[in-house]
Structures are given as structure tokens and as C-alpha cells.
Write a protein of this length. Structure first.
Length: 256
């Protein structure tokens, strides 16, 4: 493991990414915790913490500029409280391939008023009953969940469910369970994905072969960096002929 020091931050790769944001690349150092980010001087729109050993999402100083956090393939079992006081303008949070287990684990994200894109793919939480409806209800500002656009019908169904008697009882039970749940208690039982399968690699190769422009290649790079395997149905996401924002790059619509 490598401690996240000011020296490591200063020596890590810094660049303008495909969506024209300034990005700090801290991938693959096996960093155990987030610390010393004051050394960034709040100069980055995106920070990539993928492929590390982070267990808790916290430790941020006040970073007004930060809009996008990539935390694929860590060991995150808990999200810190009051994140809005430190990263108030966060728009995209990618937590693919972590160890979040309970629906109530994400309740604290509701205070991030600008959060519009969230990925929890390859977390145990996604197997919970009413997973998608619960997230949509608890974090109403979201536009994308697990790279799928949230539709109005889904919002209406989630609201109807969790404002009903059944839904309120469910929330009470979840709250009780949260008080006794120990994050990470079953961590050793979770088999962590080491990389894409042969089928996923085939999809990646096909998507690259079909790319007809540099913009499409850059879009694929952003999706893969966020832990998303492209499907055959996806189309390039652009607005007015220009590269879209970090959130829009991750949007994948399933159709009406």
C-alpha cells in the first residue's frame, strides 16, 4: 500500500481529459485512504481513485471545483457523512466494483445537491429488493443511475412505493438494520472482480472497431475508465456537435 502524500499527488499524472476537464490520475497505487488532498489546491474537476484499496469515502478538504470522482474497484464499505460540506459541487460519483451492502449506505448522498450521476454496479447493494426504486426516491436529484437514464415513470413509481404504508414500513426496517449492521463484516465473502470477462472484452474490441472518429474513441475511453462496458446499442453522446460533460458522457438511454 502507498500512502497518499502531497509528493505523490504532485508527481501523479495531470491532464485535460476528453470532456475538457482537468483531471488528476491516482489510479492503481493501492492507496488505503483519502487524505492530503489539500495539496491539489482545488485545481481539478475530476480525480480518478480507481484500482486502490480505499475502504471509506471521506477525508476531503473543501474542494469547490471537484465535479467528478472515479472510485472503481476499491474496497469501499462506508460513505462519509456531510460530504456536501467538502465537495458541494460533485456531479458524478462512480463506485463500480466496491462493497456497499445495504440500501441505507447511500442515504448520506442525498445532501449532495448537484449529484446527477451515480454508479453502484458490482456492489452487493444492487441485489437488494427495490434497489433502483430506493436510490431514485432517496436521491431525487439523480438523472443517471448505473449508466441508465432515470425516467419520469420510474420516479413516479418510486415515490408512490415509498410514500405508501408498505414503503414506510420498509424504510423503518432498513433503518433498524442499519443500526446493527457492521460495514465490511462480510468483506472476505465478496469475490472481487479482477477484470472484464471474455464476452466483455469482445464487446470492447467491437466498439473500438466500429468507432469512426476520435470523439467516439474518447467517449469509449471515458466509459471504460468509469468501469462501464459498452453495449451494441449505445450511440455517441454529443450536444450541438461538441463533447458533452462528464455526466452526459456516462448517459446511456434504454429507449422509451
Amino acid at each position: 500500500m502507498v500512502k497518499l502524500t502531497p509528493d505523490l499527488i504532485q508527481s501523479s499524472m495531470q491532464y485535460i481529459n476528453p470532456v475538457k476537464d482537468r483531471e488528476l490520475d491516482l489510479r492503481g497505487y493501492k492507496i488505503p485512504e483519502i487524505e492530503n488532498l489539500g495539496a491539489t489546491l482545488d485545481q481539478f474537476d475530476t480525480i480518478d481513485f480507481s484500482d486502490n484499496d480505499i475502504r471509506k469515502l471521506d477525508g476531503f478538504p473543501y474542494l469547490k471545483r471537484l465535479k467528478c470522482l472515479l472510485l472503481n474497484n476499491n474496497r469501499i464499505v462506508r460513505l462519509g457523512e456531510h460530504l456536501e460540506e467538502h465537495i458541494p459541487n460533485l456531479e458524478s460519483l462512480i463506485l463500480t466494483g466496491n462493497h456497499l451492502e445495504e440500501l441505507t449506505d447511500i442515504d448520506c448522498l442525498a445532501t449532495l445537491e448537484k449529484l446527477s450521476a451515480l454508479s453502484l454496479m458490482q456492489n452487493p447493494i444492487t441485489a437488494k429488493q427495490q434497489y433502483r426504486q430506493y436510490i431514485i426516491f432517496k436521491i431525487p436529484q439523480l438523472r443517471l443511475l448505473d449508466f441508465r437514464k432515470i425516467k419520469m415513470k420510474e420516479r413516479e413509481e418510486a415515490t408512490a412505493l415509498f410514500k405508501s404504508k408498505k414503503g414506510k414500513e420498509m424504510q423503518k426496517e432498513l433503518a433498524k438494520k442499519a443500526k446493527t449492521f457492521v460495514p465490511g463484516a462480510n468483506l472476505n465473502e465478496v469475490s472481487k472482480q479482477k477484470g472484464p470477462s471474455e464476452q466483455e472484452l469482445k464487446k470492447i474490441r467491437e466498439a473500438i472497431a466500429k468507432a469512426s472518429s476520435l470523439e467516439e474513441v474518447e467517449r469509449l475511453q471515458m466509459q471504460l475508465q468509469a468501469g462501464h462496458i459498452p453495449s451494441n446499442e449505445e450511440e455517441p453522446v454529443q450536444q450541438n456537435g461538441e463533447t458533452s460533460t462528464c455526466t452526459e458522457q456516462m448517459e446511456v438511454e434504454n429507449g422509451d
